[in-house]
Design a protein around this ligand. Structure first.
Ligand SMILES: CC(C)(COP(=O)(O)OP(=O)(O)OC[C@H]1O[C@@H](n2cnc3c(N)ncnc32)[C@H](O)[C@@H]1OP(=O)(O)O)[C@@H](O)C(=O)NCCC(=O)NCCS
Length: 158
């Protein structure tokens, strides 16, 4: 049975990797009108208390997830960049993601080098580049193509 908003399990408390710990803030409901799925929202902490950004894990397999947003979204505040915290956050969330999906889609804009390198450091497999649907372009101004990867979460991968 696919996981839905009503059956989304609570994530474990101890999602850690290297310098990063994730703090679960809650589930953000989807928005059917905009085709958005629900997602788990985590803050990315270093030294257990300093908040450096966030990571979201989307639940669903809609066209918007597969061709635009991907299952995982992250952001690191500018002053904390340059230390691979997004990579570490992905590694920290991996066991929880793996408990729900055997593989997920990760996407980035072709010119987003930091995100692209983060995804490639994870060992995700490049799939293709796809044009953004007109509806998605409204919410992602300036973005018209997405690079898509499959992040297969086998036990050996981070
Ligand atoms: C994407 C993001 C989370 C990465 O932050 P981070 O974990 O601090 O990543 P880093 O700064 O350590 O960069 C990762 C890699 O990209 C490289 N990089 C970062 N910015 C770069 C740039 N402008 N040009 C070239 N390379 C760059 C780094 O040198 C590093 O390379 P390495 O793996 O060879 O060492 C951060 O840039 C961000 O929040 N961006 C805005 C939000 C965003 O784009 N989210 C992703 C949406 S798909």
């Amino acid at each position: 049975m696919p996981v839905t908003f009503y059956s989304m399990p609570r994530p474990p408390a101890n999602l850690l990797f290297d310098q990063v710990k994730l703090r679960f803030l809650g589930v953000v409901p989807g928005d059917q009108v905009r085709g958005l799925v629900p997602f788990y929202h985590f803050r990315i902490l270093i030294k257990r208390t300093t908040d450096v950004g966030h990571i979201n894990f989307r639940i669903g397999d809609t066209e918007h997830v597969r061709l635009c947003a991907g299952h995982i979204g992250y952001q690191v505040e500018e002053r904390f960049r340059g230390r691979h915290y997004a990579f570490q956050a992905c590694c920290a969330i991996a066991p929880f993601v793996r408990s729900i999906y055997p593989a997920v889609i990760l996407t980035c804009d072709p010119d987003n080098v930091a995100s692209r390198k983060t995804i490639e450091r994870l060992g995700a497999r490049f799939l293709d580049e796809v044009p953004l649907a007109p509806a998605d372009q409204i919410y992602h101004p300036g973005s018209c193509v997405k690079r898509r990867y499959e992040w297969g979460l086998c036990a050996e991968q981070p």
